[in-house]
Write a protein that binds this ligand. Structure first.
Ligand code: APR
Length: 311
């Protein structure tokens, strides 16, 4: 990855925020990282720990911890991880009441201190809160993106790799829709070095991979008692790289829809061209009847949560 001389701020110095800062420092493609957290001392201490590792990473990224939103000044991109994660038995939607006011506060401060920035929302329920963040910002929709399907697709790739024994580097998989149990893994749009999955996998294998992809996040929560964060952080760094380094990557992201897939007034996981201008184009896939039904079902589920939050 190349160095581009930009500042990236991360709001929320918890598991996801700290892991993202660490991976970003290692990648060395931005000039400066600001890790901003609510509990005095925590972001500063975490930033110091990462700073000590930077010489060993062969990196020269600067990193600072802050307790104050004024540190958002001059950010090129702000990553929002502030908010609470799931506990066992909770769905992502259960977090809405707790996390909505946090997003409200954070977005107001981004608008105040970093009016030129792009925003990547991580806090769950991410599809609903991305839409809410966009509305609260009053900005063009290309500047607000949510993380979901980069992570869900990576999980699908890892399951396909495990089942087939093929290298994950050879595999591309695509998941769209909401970041919940109704997400839509798309085996028809997934390949192993260009070869369709059914050359390697039985129908039953594919059904099992779809089920396991949908349950991947919950499986981690059930095992360790709280959300995963390593794959989330790696997914965030992938999205940041696409924006900061103007990669023009096709990444499945939570994007605000304005008629694409005949949907509007909501944000949902769809493939998009991501580059220096954020969401540069939303790709409308030629879905078959079964895929369309599943996608619209997922959209309806997200819209229901959106309406619960009176957004
Ligand atoms: N401003 C700044 N930080 C805040 C605020 C706020 N208003 N409210 C909470 N935070 C901080 C908490 O102090 C904590 O440090 O957000 C951080 C959340 O960290 P964790 O509890 O470790 O949660 P994490 O696993 O990082 O997940 C954060 O990302 O993937 C999603 O579902 C996950 O919504 C959750 C979010």
């Amino acid at each position: 990855m190349t160095k581009n001389g930009n500042k990236i701020s991360i709001v929320g110095a918890g598991q996801v925020g700290q892991a993202t800062a660490q991976m970003l420092a290692r990648e060395n493609f931005c000039n400066e990282i600001a890790l901003i957290g609510r509990k005095e001392g925590v972001p500063q201490g975490a930033a110091l720990d990462i700073r000590h590792a930077i010489p060993l990473y062969d990196s020269d990224t600067a990193i600072y911890g802050y307790h104050d939103y004024a540190a958002l000044c001059d950010s090129h991109v702000v990553v929002v991880t502030a908010g609470y994660p799931r506990k066992p038995g909770m769905s992502r939607a259960d977090l809405l009441d707790t996390n909505k006011p946090i997003i409200e506060e954070v977005v107001a401060n981004i608008v105040k201190y970093a009016p030129q920035a792009f925003i990547i929302v991580i806090t769950n329920p991410v599809d609903v809160l991305t839409y809410y963040a966009w509305r609260a910002s009053g900005w063009d929709r290309n500047r607000i993106i949510g993380l979901s399907c980069v992570l869900d697709s990576a999980r699908m790739v890892s399951l396909i790799a495990h089942k087939t024994g093929c290298s994950p580097k050879e595999i591309s998989a695509l998941v769209i829709g909401g970041h919940g149990d109704s997400m839509v893994p798309l085996p028809r749009f997934s390949r192993i070095n260009g070869i369709p999955l059914d050359v390697f996998l039985t129908k039953q294998d594919v059904v099992e991979i779809i089920r396991a992809t949908r349950q991947a996040g919950s499986e981690i929560v059930a095992l360790k008692g709280t959300s995963g964060y390593v794959a989330a952080a790696a997914s965030i760094v992938t999205m940041l790289d696409a924006i900061i380094n103007n990669r023009n990557h096709i990444l499945p992201c939570v994007a605000v829809l304005a008629g694409e897939y005949a949907l509007e007034n909501m944000a949902l996981g769809v493939p998009a061209l991501i580059g220096g201008e954020g969401v540069q184009k939303i790709i409308e896939l030629p879905l078959n009847e079964e895929e369309t039904t599943a996608f619209l079902r997922s959209a309806a589920e997200v819209r229901e949560i959106l309406q619960c939050g009176n957004v």
